[in-house]
Design a protein around this ligand. Structure first.
Ligand SMILES: NC(=O)c1ccc[n+]([C@@H]2O[C@H](COP(=O)([O-])OP(=O)(O)OC[C@H]3O[C@@H](n4cnc5c(N)ncnc54)[C@H](O)[C@@H]3O)[C@@H](O)[C@H]2O)c1
Length: 342
């Protein structure tokens, strides 16, 4: 019997990673997934509760910076593909505490690349971000645009991005890099603009809007992102970078208004707060390269936003413990220490 296609996913208990794992099990009848996640505050095994009895889904609690645990996964499961979602991902936190970002988003990528070089891998997908390009007033960034990251998060992601490329250029490792726009959708930790504002509005709490509210982000529905990643994994050319844009550029104030409108909440909930230090004004991506390869996004913004807001309305049992801190206490008991890999 031939071996099941095996995906080594890192950071799969987070927002995009958990959506991607769900996507893989929906797309393929036969697939095996190993999810290595450190379970930081942003990692939540409850995102994958529905898979916990599936023998083809293996969860390992551990750190991508730990070469021993990464090596054991390679030896035991011989994965075909590695998709690296694991990261410290919140810009505001990176301003207060850059160290964790440099460690995971750069050194962690190095550990995964080294293990992939040692044990072999058919595709190494490094999930990078549009933030590596920095801000742009007019026009859109292509994959050829210079990287001008401006905060410790985007700078450490740029390091991981280029390090992954160097393993292709230097050692011929089959690396592909994706750079996507801001994501929204189910299972997003309630600290990012959309998930925070939807959940705050549901609790009649204020929505803290940075600066004049006119910063522009390009919004990508997480399910389109997952399809884009898988499309690149299957069809992309090794050594290449692919932008994955949402094609829906909106000012933060517009998003805020839409959330309030969808929830029937008053504008008086908006509270303008001092701007984030070094706040990038506008992100914009050109996805022509990926479209030429044949990828199209499937979910129009308005409908996907309605579905997202509805998801948070219906899953208050998912996000309320995260906001109250109950979650951390609960999971510390469930997963007290690193899970041994025997
Ligand atoms: N959210 C976005 O809008 C967006 C857009 C473009 C790219 N990205 C990139 O996509 C990836 C996933 O983003 P997300 O929004 O799902 O992030 P997230 O913060 O929701 O999830 C990150 C996951 O990584 C895990 N993790 C952190 N450090 C780890 C370590 N050292 N070892 C193992 N696991 C670790 C966390 O526990 C968590 O489960 C990141 O690399 C991010 O840079 C995100």
């Amino acid at each position: 019997m031939s071996k099941k296609k095996t995906y080594f996913i890192t950071g799969g208990a987070g927002f995009i990673g958990s959506n991607y794992i769900h996507y893989l099990f929906e797309k393929y009848d036969v697939v095996k997934v190993i999810n290595l996640d450190k379970l930081t505050y942003a990692g939540n095994p409850a995102n994958l509760d529905d898979l916990k009895n599936n023998p083809d889904y293996i969860f390992v609690k551990g750190d991508i910076c730990d070469a021993e645990v990464v090596g054991k996964i390679f030896q035991k499961y011989n994965p075909d593909f590695l998709v690296n979602f694991a990261a410290e991902s919140h810009v505001d936190r990176s301003i207060g505490n850059p160290e964790d970002f440099i460690r995971t988003d750069m050194y962690g990528v190095y550990v995964l690349l080294e293990a992939s070089k040692k044990f072999g891998i058919k595709r190494f997908i490094q999930i990078s971000t549009d933030e590596v390009y920095g801000s742009i007033d007019k026009g859109s960034f292509t994959e050829e645009s210079p990287l001008m990251p401006s905060n410790p998060y985007s700078a450490s992601k740029s390091g991981g991005d280029r390090l992954a490329y160097s393993y292709f250029a230097t050692y011929g490792l089959p690396v592909i890099i994706t750079r996507a726009s801001n994501n929204y959708g189910p299972y997003q930790y309630p600290e990012k603009l959309i998930s925070l504002f939807v959940t705050n509005a549901l609790e009649d709490k204020q929505l803290p809007l940075y600066g004049d509210g006119k910063n522009i982000r390009d919004w990508l529905y997480v399910k389109d992102h997952c399809e884009g990643i898988e499309f690149v994994l299957q069809n992309g050319k090794i050594g290449e970078v692919y932008n994955i844009a949402g094609g829906s550029e909106k000012e933060n104030i517009e998003i805020t208004g839409l959330i309030l409108e969808l929830l029937g909440k008053p504008e008086s909930l908006i509270r303008y707060v001092d701007d984030r230090i070094g706040h990038d004004r506008r992100y914009s991506l050109d996805s022509t390269k990926l479209h030429k390869l044949g990828w199209q996004q499937e979910h129009p913004f308005e409908k996907a936003m309605q579905e997202t807001v509805q998801w948070y309305v219906e899953h208050q049992d998912w996000w309320k413990p995260l906001k109250s801190g109950e979650y951390l206490e609960f999971y510390k008991k469930q997963y007290p220490e690193e899970m041994p890999l025997t």
